[in-house]
Write a protein that binds this ligand. Structure first.
Ligand code: TRP
Length: 491
């Protein structure tokens, strides 16, 4: 199928799965999940997270995929066709795409910078990180606006090139190779991590039953963090899965796909935990300074850098550092292409409905450039540290809206994150649940799932989850986010 003249379609169900799992697996899994688990009591957080995936994630995933395939349109088109009054919900998703990708690409640029840094260190000591300590390097890098813009540009450029290639010729082609490669690289790092002396401290932190966090941190706090993490990690609430579902053939089994994506995403999150926590535990128990499970958002860029550069050290440390950050970079790219696709799909749909050439290449370049521009302020404000002044290292704490030390509107990343992840996405997801579950009735999902002659097996379970548990779960995300951003202290 020529993608220049039509919307395009996935070449195979496997290709679709790689793309969808690629969208889900990203910074949220490799960065967010380990640090949130670390800061929220390890095992206790894991259990709550798994419950959220089972009762909220699966239902929302199936809802989004079915809606997309039903209409064959992106997020704006889908809501317009389904229920005119709710068309604006689609716009929330569309705008969220620009905002999330705006900062996601800047962070993706960081991971590229770190991968390159370790690569250069292999050849010449001090070449990659200038002989600086982990915290010092991070502090100096984030206030280097020029470098940030450059890596953001490279990251966005790569995203644009892949999305330009179309659904089967770009996104599917890239993710079909990237996702298996990601798994292999992750397993290599896990083996290294697990064989370090003292690694069992980290494994125990993840898997030894311990619910102390519920009383120490508070059950509600753990719950809202797990709920927000689940939505972000599964790429739900902004129409990403609606868009990806719209390129899926009617003969594919939606229910099975909606089950596989969350399971794969969760496995990747656990694997990322197994790559990070045992290494952190090992060097913590060996007494390397500045390393702890509860390091918060700095876990990926400061603590892990320390693990590779000081804990392991030498050639091996640099090599594993390179492999690890390159892996995070690839995972971030497979997610960013799904975010850009949400934005480009709208314009492509519009052209297709007008009967003119879809013009994917042109649309992708222009949309990508707008996203790049949206991200530039994030590059230039040193994450709120004051570009001219010195850096404070509690800065990474403001990322992803999940920290107690967060200062609202401290920086652009914070601001975008607050609008998109804090308001638009939970709002979009709750309205989808109300619209489908209560106004249009869940039969429309069931009939779409059964379109290809496949019986929907889990309808009763899904129906209860979608109508009742999803809106309640989202309410927690929404309240938790508002609480975070405005420091209301509800939780
Ligand atoms: N899920 C990705 C991650 O874990 C990020 C992502 C991609 C996303 N598409 C999304 C988040 C849509 C929210 C909405 O890193």
């Amino acid at each position: 199928m020529n993608n220049e003249n039509s919307r395009g379609q996935w070449g195979s169900n496997f290709g679709f799965l790689m793309a969808a799992v690629g969208s889900a697996v990203g910074l949220g899994n490799i960065w967010g999940f380990p640090y949130k688990m670390g800061a929220n009591g390890g095992f206790a957080f894991l259990i709550v997270y798994l419950a959220m995936v089972t009762f909220v994630g699966f239902a929302t995933m199936l809802g989004e995929l079915a809606l997309g395939r039903k209409t064959g349109l992106g997020v704006i088109g889908t809501y317009k066709v389904l229920y005119k009054k709710f068309a604006w919900v689609g716009w929330l998703g569309f705008l969220s795409g620009f905002l999330i990708l705006g900062f996601y690409s800047v962070l993706g640029g960081y991971t590229l910078r770190y991968a390159l840094g370790f690569l250069m260190e292999i050849f010449s000591k001090g070449a990659g990180f200038g002989g600086m300590g982990s915290g010092e390097f991070f502090g100096s890098f984030i206030i280097n606006g020029g470098a940030n813009v450059m890596f953001h540009a490279i990251f966005m450029g790569l995203t644009i090139v892949i999305v330009m290639g179309g659904i089967s010729g770009g996104i599917e082609k890239f993710t079909k190779i990237a996702m298996p490669a990601l798994l292999v690289m992750l397993l290599i790092v896990i083996i290294r991590s697990l064989t370090l002396e003292g690694a069992s401290t980290g494994v125990a932190f993840m898997f030894a039953p311990n619910f102390a966090a519920f009383s120490e941190i508070g059950f509600m706090k753990v719950l809202k963090t797990a709920a927000g993490q689940m939505f972000f990690s599964l790429s739900l609430g902004m129409g990403c899965m609606i868009t990806y579902g719209s390129y899926l053939s009617k003969s594919e089994n939606l229910e099975k796909n909606a089950l596989i994506i969350p399971i794969a995403d969760t496995i990747f999150a656990l694997l990322a935990g197994l790559a990070v926590m045992p290494a952190v535990g090992a060097f913590m128990s060996q007494g390397v300074e500045g390393i702890s499970f509860g390091a918060g958002p700095g876990l990926l860029f400061v603590t892990l850098h320390q693990v590779f550069s000081v804990g392991m050290g030498g050639f091996i440390g640099n090599l594993f550092g390179f492999v690890f950050y390159f892996l995070v970079f690839i995972a971030a790219v497979t997610s960013s292409i799904s975010l850009l696709e949400v934005c480009t799909a709208f314009f492509i749909d519009r052209n297709v409905s007008k009967g003119v050439k879809a013009n994917r290449k042109m649309i992708t370049i222009i949309t990508g450039l707008v996203v790049f521009a949206v991200g530039v302020p994030v590059c230039l404000d040193g994450l709120g540290s004051g570009v001219a002044g010195g850096a404070t290292i509690d800065i990474p704490a403001v990322m992803f809206g999940m920290s107690e030390v967060r200062v609202a509107f401290d920086c652009w990343l914070d601001f975008y994150d607050m609008i998109a992840e804090g308001v638009f996405m939970p709002l979009g997801a709750i309205l989808m649940s109300v619209m489908i579950g209560w106004i249009l009735k869940t039969d429309i999902i069931k009939s779409e799932v059964e379109e290809g002659g496949i019986k929907m097996k889990a309808y009763a379970f899904w129906d209860i989850c979608f109508k009742f548990i999803v809106p309640i779960g989202i309410l927690f995300v929404l309240m938790g986010q508002l609480d975070d951003f405005f420091g209301l202290g509800i939780f």
